[in-house]
Design a protein around this ligand. Structure first.
Ligand code: FES
Ligand code: FES
Length: 229
């Protein structure tokens, strides 16, 4: 058995250090765009070859009374169609997974979370966004009430809140019950509790709920006394 030579130890350490440096450099190079290890579109690597190409399809719909026809990736949500393709950025993207209501628009009379709906599902539909409800000179009654009652702080949830409230009041007018409707024959189907339940899909991170309820209550003709039942 060969005797251990202490003079060889530095060579072993250097070799190990060189190996670590070389490994770090190759990992960095692989992460850089255009490097041999990066996944660039169309690259002839086994992984790229198995990635399906986007499927493009045409969708035609009306938004705020105007007809649009666009070619989009079939995975495009209605929210991204509105914001990225039609540049109607009043509709906001909060969570992008159906939890906050910031993206609420009205599709054929129903309020929906546009982040949860594919654009292609709305072929021929009539979409209303916050831009279609009123103008700065002539606000929709709910827009005016939100201004009057300070129904916002940062304002990020506000387009969704207002679109949701517009459709919500229409649901009430049509007698559609909510989860807290005790008497299905009672009219109108609106109380402070009803309003809170019906608006519960719209989250306000600033916590402007009392003022939001005051604004909606004024338009609905319901006194909510600072949002409290
Ligand atoms: Fe659609 Fe939050 S962005 S629900
Ligand atoms: Fe800021 Fe509602 S006003 S999230």
């Amino acid at each position: 058995m060969a005797e251990h030579d202490p003079d060889e130890a530095p060579d072993i350490d250097i070799a190990r250090r060189d190996l670590l440096i070389a490994g770090a450099l190759s990992a960095t190079a692989a992460a850089l765009p255009g490097s041999a290890g990066a996944q660039t579109p169309g690259a002839s690597t086994p992984q790229a070859a198995s990635t399906p190409a986007p499927v493009i399809a045409r969708v035609a719909l009306r938004v705020n009374g105007q007809r649009y026809e666009k070619e989009v990736d079939t995975r495009t949500t209605l929210l991204d169609l509105l914001r990225e393709h039609l540049h109607l950025t009043g509709t906001k993207k909060g969570c992008d997974q159906g939890q906050c209501g910031a993206c609420t628009v009205i599709a054929d009379g129903r309020r929906i979370n546009s982040c949860l709906s594919l654009a292609l599902m709305h072929e021929g539909a009539e979409i209303t966004t916050i831009e279609g409800l009123g103008t700065p000179e002539r606000l929709h009654p709910l827009q005016a009430a939100f201004v009057k009652h300070d129904g916002y702080q940062c304002g990020y949830c506000t387009p969704g809140q207002i679109c949701s409230a517009v459709a919500m009041l229409d649901e009430v007018r049509r007698g559609i019950p909510s989860h807290v409707t005790a008497d299905l024959n009672a009219r109108p189907l609106l109380s402070p509790m009803e309003m809170r339940e019906r608006m519960s899909g719209n989250i306000c991170r600033c916590g402007a709920y009392s003022n939001i309820m005051d604004a909606i209550g004024e338009v609905a003709g319901v006194s909510v006394a600072g949002g409290k039942a």
